[in-house]
Structures are given as structure tokens and as C-alpha cells.
Design a protein around this ligand. Structure first.
Ligand code: ADP
Ligand code: ZN
Length: 749
């Protein structure tokens, strides 16, 4: 068949490793493995001088002519089915490029470890005949042994040993005897464990959409029916019915035999959220970080089988192996938890956009308070902006008012965290039978432990940060590294017996509430009280059932919860996030206040919000008070532009950390200079590049390491990333010094 003068071509597998070896390696695919060794599967290949067997991902198969002898050969193919579709392979390559990490690292992050270990399956032993029919005739066998072999030879398939014994009418011992003789043999096979079957699914009826909802649904359907990618930013005030819009679009996606992926922040992944999808679709898979390994592997296999209609999950669900993706939804798209804070440091929103492009499907971004990045893209016409400006049933948004904290406490004649005005509102709400939510974004009892005589402050020895007093455990805790030590009873420096516990955390607020409102059931939710798995859902359920009148806690109570009976929300201190050394501080504050305000007035009884602040004229707080996103963005966008921050530039942040302060500082300095030089010798004009720093990072010492950071602002990210990769590949860091590169950073500390 091959024309006589055409050179013979042979297949080469391109292999990438999860750890250690960077780059791609080529291996010859032996004849018996062609076809089986395909992209997306893992291969066992010889590696290095010693030819040790290693597992790598096959990312491509090339046909090449030439000298076959130059290549080592693939030993085995590990997976029966491909773990990654061509689109997912492309996506992971994009992530490696965008976030400056290795392709293999991304692949290891995308394919769950449990799937790689095949946790959703197990080995089972089967039996087959080891002799031919001809040989069988000449063997000396008992009647029972004869029957076993006859069954095997007739059926020409693998048999479970017990089943084989039963069908042959003998004991298992007969089978075992035949194995010892070598006339039949065992064979191990991987069996997929079965998924739980859903039974008797009875879908809930759909809501009749409001006019605004219908317009939103139609805008998304228009993209869907075009068969092309497009992004819709759904900006809907809290309680405007965004989820129902998603669901009705997904119904059409499902009717095409396609799957939808819905990403929500981890904290919103409650049974309540899941029920909204499970009550409308028969096959809903869930992916989140609390799954056991086996559960995760099963969900993954189930999704890959194509039987799942909707995947609901947190950040990593963007990698769900849906065989025929139809739609991606990112709800609460402004949430910072969509960014992964370890390698690969991807942002699920950007990955979702890329995946939607690759698979030609719509992406829907939903939020009451969109990120300025998404909002700006909509302003520039890259996304379609659709607004839901009214709550369902035209319920009014709650009235939000501020309480000025600036007068000194003495003058107010008030003690504690709750002002007289807020106190009156709480009593009123309780008297009327409503529930109350109080937000304080700081856990613990006191935020600093100080000696009033000598000025000593308890600090973390590893992070140099003030320790937080946790009264119930009588422990001083570092909130960055979890260092714990018994809270000193007297000053360790001057032995003064009267240490002062200053500052306010949720634990102290709880004590104040219990003292102020005796007999009122109060529930505290923060990282300390919600440690065990499922405690979050249990607490919220109890609150929903009305077992508690007051819910207080950190930002974890501000997100996406729907409690019709909450008539009052109080923000104890709106300024906690305002003065962070982070260019998004104002945006965070605006989002937090708007979101927590949205927790009230969702029922027939309406609701009100009181916001305590030292800065009532702050534009971010004023805009939140008025539920006015446009005012907020109109004020903040020019700041971002003039300071060259996103969405006008791309940021790349470098953190160099080391045990020795001076070494870390010098390495950061050298690296920054090296990058500056590489840029200067490159072809592009300098306006597109600005390097800030290096300087000590806001968290200068963390877990015993000194940290220096610098950041680059650029409008030509792509070129720059290539250059940075070269610099980093050439860089040699001294022992004990490490550098992390964060593209599009969220954490600026
Ligand atoms: P959002 O996600 O925008 O905050 P939700 O999706 O939680 O809003 O919707 C708020 C409430 O309104 C939910 O209880 C939902 O079931 C209900 N709802 C949504 N759409 C409709 C509709 N068209 N008619 C009546 N109720 C609706
Ligand atoms: Zn610490």
C-alpha cells in the first residue's frame, strides 16, 4: 500500500511528566500499542540513564519518518479510556502558558489523584481456560473438573470464580485445584464500581419567568443557538432570580443531549443550592473539596460517561470531563475563591472563558456585584451585559443606612461593639419576630494582646504578626500560620498582672450579644466554630428553621444565602477590609456590604440594614448603601486606569521568600533587575511595562520566612510571559530561597 519511494513513517508519543522533568519527551509507539497509545492517556515509559519506568501523560501522537533507533519505546498504556479530551489537553496547555507553570503540573491538578489511582474501580480476579479444546480431551480429569473446563471452553469469556463454581455445580476448591494444576488461569481486570442509581425522579415545575428574567434567558439562548462562543454577564441584584434563569437555559442545553457546568463558590455549595438543581434535573453530579477520593473518582467517571446533565461544583469543577459540553455558568463570578492559591495558580473565571472558547459554548457570568474586570469587558462590548434590576415579586431592596462610629465611645456613653442605634434595631426586629444577621469580618476574641505597662505585644515568632486571643481555648493564635500558645496571664516581659485584650473579634461579639439579649438564641459562624465537615450546612439549616434568632459571623454568612425571615442585617465594622494594602480593597468592601445587605428583605416582611463605619463618606460604602453598582464603578474605574491596575493592565506578582532576610532581599533585587534588563533588550516600546518594587511584602515574615515582592503591570502579557519564563528557567536560586510567580494575583499580601 505504501508507495515504494515514500519513507516509512512511525508513531511517536509526546509525553509530559507530572513532576520533575520539564518539557515534552518523544517515545516510539511499538506496533502492538498503536491505537491504544493515544492522547489523553497515561503511558509507562523508560526515563533517564537508568531507564527507570515512569508514568507520563500522552499529549499527542506524531507520525515521523527517519531514524527509529533514536527513540526509546513506550512500555505500556495505563488507561483504557482517555482521561482528557483534545479540548481539555489544549486547555491545560493554555493554563501552563498563562500561569507560568509546567504542563505536567497542570495535568496533575486537573485529573484528580483518585482518578489517577483509579479509586473508582478495583481489581477483580477472573478465570479463563489455559488449555485448548484439543489438550483438554487428553487430560485426566474428575467429572467435576471436566465440567468446569467445559463451561470455560464453551463460553469463551472470563468467569468470576464463584459464579464458575456455581454454574459447574462444584465447590470453589475444584476451581482452585485446576488453577494449581495450571489448566485454568487467573486474570485480574479493573472493574468500575457502579454509581448510585437515581430512582423515581419527579421534577419540580419551572417558574413563570418575569419579563427581565425572560430577556436574560433569551439573550443566553441566542448565543447557545448560534453554535458559537459568547459571554453573557448577568448582573442581577440579590434575590432577582438568577438561578432560575440558569436552570431554564440548562433545560435547553440538556434537551440537546449536552452537559452544563455550573460553578459556585465552595461556601455556597450547600444542600439548598444543590436541591435547586436536583429538583429540576435527574442527573446532577457534584464536585467539591470535601469529597472522599472514591466519591470524587466516581463523580468523575460518571461525568465522563456522558450520563450527567449538570455538574455543580466549586473552582476545580471547571475541569469536569463532560464529553459534550453545552454551557458554562459561573455564579457569584466576583468571588475570590475562584482563584487557586497554589500551583497552578489559575482563576476559574479565566479558565472558564478559555474552555468556553475552545468548545464553542456560551459562558454566563452572574453576580450582583460583578468584578471590575468582567464589568469592563462588558462595557467594551466583549461581553453581552444583561441586567436584572428588580427582585422577584418586586420586593424592595432593603433600606441601608450608616452609623458613624467616629465620635469617641465616651461621648456616646456606649460600651462594646453594638451602637445604641443598632441595638434599638436589633430589639425591634426581635420583638417583631424577625431574625437578625450581624457581620464582623474578624474571628477570635481580641485582635491584640498588649501589656499596658511596658507596651509588649504578643506576636507570632514565625510571622511577626499580632496574635489573636481566643478566649474559649485560652490560646493566642496566629491567623496566618496557626501557631498556638497559651495566652499569657501576665506580661512575659515586665510581669505586669493586667494584660489588655484589645480589638474586636466574633468571639467577643458573641459574648456581648449574649449579655445584651439574654434568652435570645444566638449562633456564631466562623472558621473556629465551623471546623468539622458539614457543620456549615447544619448551622444554616438550624437558622433557617428558626432555632436561632441571631446569626453572627465572618464573611461566610454574607454569601448567597436565602432566608426569608431575616429582617435586619447589621455590619459591625464595614472598614475592616477598606485599609488593606490591596488595590481591590474598595471593591471588596463594596461587594461585602452589598452582598450582606442582600441577605435581608427576601421575604414578605421586608428588611433593613445598618452599617457601622468610621468612614461613612467613603465612595465604596456610599455606593453599597445605595445599591448603586454604576456609581461604584464610575468612581473606581478611573482610579484603576490612572494607577495602571487591572482591568487596564495585567499584573504579575513575584514573591521571593527565604529563611535569611538579606538573601531573600538580594535575590528579589537580582531577579527584578534581570527581568527589567530582559524587557529593555526586547523589541517592544516601554509604555506597556512597569515594574514596582521590590519591597518587603505586607506579610513580611510568614511561617519563618522573609518575603519580598515586586509586581509587573503590563498590557502585553503574552510576550512578557514568554520572556519571564526564560528568565525563570535560567535563574538559580540559593538554597532555602523560593520564588512564586502569580499571574493575575488576587492575594496581594
Ligand atoms: P439570586 O440568585 O438572583 O439572588 P435567586 O435565584 O435566589 O436570586 O431567587 C430568589 C428567590 O426567588 C428564590 O427563592 C427563587 O426560587 C424565587 N424565584 C426565582 N424566579 C422566580 C419567578 N419567576 N417567580 C417566582 N419566584 C421566583
Ligand atoms: Zn504565624
Amino acid at each position: 500500500m505504501v508507495p515504494w519511494d515514500a519513507p516509512e513513517e512511525f508513531p511517536l508519543a509526546v509525553v509530559v511528566f507530572g513532576q520533575g522533568a520539564k518539557g515534552a519527551f518523544h517515545y516510539l509507539v511499538p506496533q502492538d500499542l498503536t491505537g491504544a497509545a493515544s492522547p489523553g492517556k497515561r503511558l509507562v515509559v523508560p526515563f533517564g540513564r537508568g531507564n527507570r519506568e515512569r508514568i507520563g501523560y500522552c499529549v499527542d501522537v506524531l507520525w515521523r519518518a527517519g531514524d527509529k533507533g533514536r527513540y526509546k519505546s513506550v512500555c505500556r498504556v495505563l488507561d483504557e479510556r482517555s482521561l482528557l479530551s483534545p479540548a481539555m489537553l489544549q486547555l491545560t496547555a493554555w493554563i501552563a502558558d498563562r500561569y507560568l507553570c509546567d504542563w505536567g503540573q497542570v495535568l496533575d491538578a486537573v485529573v484528580p489523584a483518585s482518578v489517577r489511582r483509579q479509586a473508582g474501580s478495583r481489581w477483580r480476579v477472573f478465570i479463563r481456560a489455559a488449555v485448548s479444546r484439543g489438550q483438554f480431551e487428553s487430560l485426566e480429569l474428575t467429572t467435576k473438573q471436566c465440567r468446569v473446563l467445559e463451561v470455560l471452553l464453551e463460553s469463551d469469556r472470563l468467569w468470576d470464580p464463584n459464579e464458575l463454581a456455581a454454574v459447574s455445580g462444584c465447590k470453589l476448591g475444584v476451581v482452585q485445584h485446576l488453577i494449581r494444576k495450571g489448566w485454568i488461569q487467573k486474570e485480574s481486570v479493573r472493574i468500575r464500581t457502579r454509581n448510585r442509581e437515581e430512582s423515581g425522579f419527579a421534577p419540580k415545575p419551572a417558574f413563570v419567568l418575569t419579563e427581565e428574567q425572560r430577556a436574560a434567558r433569551d439573550a443566553i439562548l441566542q448565543v447557545l443557538r448560534s453554535g458559537k462562543h459568547g459571554t453573557v454577564l448577568l448582573q442581577g441584584v440579590t434575590g432577582s432570580g438568577k438561578t432560575e434563569v440558569y436552570i431554564q437555559v440548562i433545560e435547553e442545553v440538556v434537551s440537546y443531549g449536552r452537559q452544563a457546568v455550573v460553578l459556585v463558590p465552595e461556601i455556597s455549595l450547600t444542600p439548598q443550592t444543590l436541591d435547586r438543581f436536583r429538583s429540576r434535573f435527574a442527573h446532577v453530579a457534584v464536585l467539591h473539596s470535601h469529597l472522599t477520593d472514591t466519591e470524587r473518582a466516581r463523580q468523575w467517571e460518571w461525568i465522563a460517561s456522558g450520563q450527567v446533565q449538570v455538574v455543580v461544583g466549586a473552582r476545580s469543577a471547571i475541569f469536569a470531563p463532560t464529553p459534550h459540553l453545552g454551557l458554562i455558568v459561573l455564579d457569584e463570578e466576583h468571588e475570590t475563591s475562584f482563584k487557586q492559591e497554589e500551583t497552578p495558580r489559575y482563576h476559574a473565571r479565566d479558565v472558564a472563558l478559555q474552555r468556553a472558547r475552545l468548545e464553542n459554548v456560551p459562558l454566563v457570568l452572574g453576580s450582583a456585584t460583578p468584578s471590575l474586570e468582567s464589568w469592563h469587558a462588558a462595557q467594551r462590548g466583549e461581553y453581552t451585559l444583561v441586567k436584572l434590576s428588580r427582585r422577584i415579586e418586586d420586593r424592595p431592596l432593603p433600606a441601608v443606612r450608616t452609623i458613624d462610629l467616629r465620635r469617641p465611645p465616651g461621648k456616646r456613653g456606649e460600651k462594646g461593639a453594638i451602637t445604641r442605634r443598632l441595638d434599638a434595631a436589633v430589639r425591634q426586629a426581635l420583638d417583631d419576630g424577625g431574625q437578625v444577621i450581624l457581620l464582623l469580618n474578624r474571628r477570635g476574641f481580641a485582635t491584640h494582646i498588649q501589656c499596658p505597662r511596658c507596651g509588649y505585644v504578643a506576636r507570632c515568632p514565625d510571622c511577626d504578626i499580632a496574635l489573636i486571643h481566643h478566649r474559649s481555648e485560652a490560646t493566642a493564635v496566629c491567623h496566618y500560620c496557626d501557631y498556638r500558645t497559651p495566652t499569657p496571664a501576665r506580661c512575659p516581659e515586665c510581669h505586669f498582672d493586667g494584660i489588655h485584650f484589645g480589638g474586636l473579634g466574633t468571639e467577643r461579639l458573641e459574648a456581648e450579644i449574649r449579655a445584651r439579649y439574654p434568652g435570645v438564641a444566638c449562633l456564631r459562624m466562623d472558621a473556629d466554630t465551623m471546623r468539622s465537615r458539614g457543620s456549615h450546612e447544619k448551622a444554616l439549616d438550624a437558622f433557617r428553621r428558626g432555632e436561632f434568632q441571631i446569626l453572627l459571623g465572618t464573611q461566610m454568612i454574607a454569601k448567597g444565602l436565602d432566608f426569608p425571615n431575616v429582617t435586619l442585617v447589621g455590619v459591625i465594622n464595614a472598614d475592616t477590609a477598606l485599609h488593606f494594602p490591596d488595590f481591590r480593597a474598595a471593591e471588596r468592601t463594596f461587594q461585602l456590604v452589598t452582598q450582606v445587605a442582600g441577605r435581608t428583605g427576601r421575604g414578605e416582611r421586608g428588611g433593613e440594614v445598618w452599617v457601622q463605619t468610621f468612614d461613612p463618606e467613603n465612595p465604596a460604602i456610599l455606593a453599597a448603601v445605595r445599591h448603586d453598582y454604576d456609581a461604584f464603578s464610575a468612581w473606581e474605574i478611573p482610579n484603576r486606569r490612572s494607577m495602571h491596575y487591572p482591568p487596564f493592565t495585567q499584573l504579575i506578582r513575584f514573591v521571593v521568600q527565604g529563611v535569611r532576610q538579606e538573601t531573600a532581599r538580594l535575590v528579589a533585587q537580582a531577579l527584578a533587575e534581570r527581568i527589567q534588563q530582559a524587557w529593555a533588550s526586547g523589541p517592544t516600546e516601554s509604555a506597556a511595562f512597569r515594574l514596582l518594587g521590590p519591597a518587603p511584602a505586607p506579610l513580611h515574615k510568614l511561617r519563618g520566612r522573609y518575603r519580598y515582592h515586586f509586581q509587573i503591570q503590563t498590557s502585553v502579557g503574552e510576550q512578557l510571559r514568554g520572556m519571564i519564563r526564560t528568565v525563570l528557567d535560567e535563574a538559580r536560586f540559593p538554597e532555602g530561597v523560593a520564588c512564586t510567580v502569580d499571574v493575575d494575583p488576587i492575594d496581594m499580601l
